[in-house]
Write a protein that binds this ligand. Structure first.
Ligand code: G6P
Length: 367
């Protein structure tokens, strides 16, 4: 399998490095004349007619992609979007009708709970659109419409390139529906597509931070608890950063909406507890900095991830990882790469089985 790993020590690292290519393969075939075009996917604009509510349902990392997608779709469309954990949703007698669009997200296309949620949506006459990586999988076959992620086979249990390809599809969906429904102009649509394409070189540059990340992760070898904090898109990303770290490094971690810290979690912040603070969103960066000061005052070890905010005073962090600049809405792509590397190198330094963590399976076909 050394050859299959393409010279990388683990599939996960290989897959992390494949992301410029997987994003390119996912977005380029869906751009025509500078704007999104799903004709080749057989997804007509008319499926969005009359939609007054969108429900995104998925499990694990795919569900976390949904949390990012939700924010993007709501911002551009002004239609309410909720994200539901598939294993909860299916037992809640959820409210859906023919004006509901249900988006299921799945790398494998075989996750039992996600498939059951999809079947329920169809029973209730919702329109179903799935974002799936594996061609011809059950979820792909049973959905009304499929927008495939072209991430290629993902072997490591911890999902990396499938997640960012899911984000890319959700952004494309947001742009496409917004254009179709006229909530953005063609010029705006073209601008968004340009920014999405600019994510590819930005990811390439982020991948060059590997040595830095490797070094930073040495300080987490003996960590028992860690917190991820963020607001808005950064909170959605924190959820993904936290699951990734837990899955493969076995460090207990929590993702917290930064403004919610003082309502409980602050009592857990003591001398030396690492806090990964995501500060990629300008509109809430001042609030984030004040949240960082709160944890800092309790002795937290702060790893700050920023996207071109004015240099924060260097007494509030131990490390400041400066992402290659993208516009704020697109920072989830570059920040995700940093969080993946954080989990990966920490797991390596702790000597765990990166590609096959204990107790976890790549695809969960039991309920
Ligand atoms: C498993 C995997 C996760 C994945 C989840 C959903 O738990 O270990 O990495 O996010 O299933 O899988 P799916 O194939 O539906 O995206």
């Amino acid at each position: 399998t050394a050859a299959q790993k393409g010279g990388y020590p683990h599939f996960m690292l290989k897959e992390i490095h494949e992301q410029p290519e997987s994003i390119r393969a996912t977005i380029l075939p869906r751009i025509r004349k500078g704007v999104p075009d799903f004709t080749a996917d057989n997804i007509p604009g008319s499926i969005f007619d009359g939609v007054n509510r969108i429900i995104i349902t998925a499990c694990g990392t795919a569900m976390h992609a949904g949390l990012v997608g939700r924010i993007m779709i709501e911002q551009l469309l002004r239609i309410p979007v909720t994200v539901e954990i598939a294993s909860e949703f299916r037992y809640q007698n959820p409210i859906m009708d023919k004006n509901t669009l249900v988006i299921t997200i799945s790398q494998s296309g075989e996750t039992a709970d996600t498939l059951a949620a999809l079947r329920l949506a169809k029973e209730k006459h919702a329109t179903t659109l799935s974002v799936v990586n594996v061609k011809g999988s059950s979820i792909a076959r049973e959905s009304d419409y499929v927008l495939y992620t072209h991430a290629g086979p993902e072997i490591a249990v911890a999902s990396t390139k499938a997640y960012t390809a899911q984000l890319a599809c959700l952004y494309m969906i947001a742009f496409q529906v917004a254009l179709y429904r006229g909530t953005i102009t063609v010029e705006q649509g073209a601008q968004y597509i340009k920014e999405l394409q600019a994510v590819i070189p930005a990811i390439e540059e982020t991948l060059t931070y590997a040595d830095t990340m490797n070094d930073i992760c040495k300080s987490l070898v003996n960590t028992e608890d860690l917190f991820f904090i963020g607001r808005g898109l950064d909170y959605a990303l924190s959820c993904e950063g936290s699951i990734k770290l837990k899955e493969i490094s076995y460090i207990h971690s929590e993702a917290y909406a930064a403004g919610e810290l003082k309502h409980g979690t602050l009592s857990l912040i003591t001398e030396g507890v690492p806090v990964v603070a995501l500060v990629t969103q300008e509109n809430v960066s001042a609030k984030m900095i004040s949240n960082i000061r709160e944890v800092r005052a309790r002795g937290a070890m702060v790893i700050m991830i920023t996207n071109g905010i004015a240099d924060a005073d260097d007494t509030i962090y131990d490390y400041n990882i400066k992402l290659p600049k993208t516009s704020d809405s697109f920072a989830p792509f570059t920040a995700a790469i940093i969080l993946q590397m954080l989990a990966y190198y920490t797991s390596v330094h702790r000597g765990h089985n990166v590609d096959q963590p204990r107790n976890l399976a790549k695809s969960v076909t039991v309920e």
